[in-house]
Design a protein around this ligand. Structure first.
Ligand code: 4FV
Length: 278
């Protein structure tokens, strides 16, 4: 896959892509990421890329001329069928499903804005869709573009190999990931759940699914509403809710995380009086 990023800070984008899974994928030629500097498409001595907003108001707006010229130059380097995507807080929200969709394309053009926003005519003339990584305002589109690149490149064939992550699996089912543990077996008085030491793969799989379902119920009920639950997962949720209701009591000793974020009771009670699926 070939990706081009139109940006005022090409070095910021290149810098972030030189590391980890994505950096290795690029080194191995499994993905190619180029940048196009908007300022290279200015014609005035001050290399002006922004101007004051018509109608007044705070901040500056990205001018259409250099931005559109940069988009056209970068898009010309991409294979046919490569969408021109603007990263903006006004876009449709980017999620794992859209990452899978984009990973199936031959190429992507990602436009990273700056300032208050982009002249609307550049969006009308130079973009096919707008994507947002979440309902908060950033100072530029580079970090959103990097988030999209990371989520997409790790889905490309050969990038993750057997590192395919559990979180991908769980998210693919619309569930949050299960808790992970590694050595030591006991850390600051907290033991790894026994089932994970049992070697009983069926029980481990069931426990993990139970944890994912319970966590999703307690932290992201919107995901359950969106994706629903398969039969086994639904059964495990009922077990969890019964266990929770059964005692009617607050699950004693539940993880400290509860206090901080005020989520509903967390499933896994490190001292074993909570819900243990499977
Ligand atoms: C954003 C987001 C975002 C808005 C003005 C860049 C900033 C500035 N992009 N998801 N949230 N963009 O906040 O994608 O130009």
């Amino acid at each position: 896959m070939q990706i081009e990023v139109v940006t005022l800070f090409p070095e910021m984008v290149r810098g972030a892509l030189a590391h980890g899974v994505v950096g290795r994928a690029i080194e191995r030629g499994l993905a190619r990421v180029g940048t196009e500097d908007v300022r290279a498409h200015t014609s005035d001595p001050h290399r002006t890329v922004d101007d004051r907003p018509y109608g007044g108001g705070p901040g500056m707006v990205l001018k259409p001329e250099p931005l559109l010229a940069a988009i056209r130059a970068a898009h010309a380097r991409l294979p046919a069928g490569s969408p021109r995507i603007c990263l903006s807080a006004q876009g449709e929200v980017f999620d794992q499903a859209s990452a899978h969709e984009l990973a199936g394309l031959p190429g992507l053009l990602l436009v990273a804005g700056r300032y208050e926003g982009i002249d609307e005519r550049a969006i009308e003339l130079g973009m096919d869709r707008e994507l947002s990584i979440g309902d908060y305002v950033l100072s530029g589109g580079e970090i959103p573009a990097l988030a999209v690149i990371d989520a997409v490149v790790r889905l490309l064939p050969g990038v993750l190999g057997d590192e395919r992550s559990s979180i991908e699996e769980s998210f693919a089912e619309g569930l949050l990931d299960w808790p992970h543990y590694t050595r030591p077996e006991v850390f600051e008085g907290r033991a790894v759940p026994q089932v994970l030491l049992s070697g009983n793969h069926a029980a481990v799989r069931r426990w993990r699914l139970g944890q994912s379902v319970a966590r999703t119920w307690s932290r992201r009920p919107d995901l359950l509403a969106l994706h629903g639950l398969a039969a086994e997962a639904s059964g495990l949720l009922n077990e969890y809710l019964a266990a929770r209701a059964g005692g009617g009591r607050k699950v004693e000793g539940e993880s400290h995380e509860q206090d901080r974020s005020g989520n509903r009771e967390e499933p896994h009670d490190p001292r074993g009086s909570g819900f243990q699926a499977g």
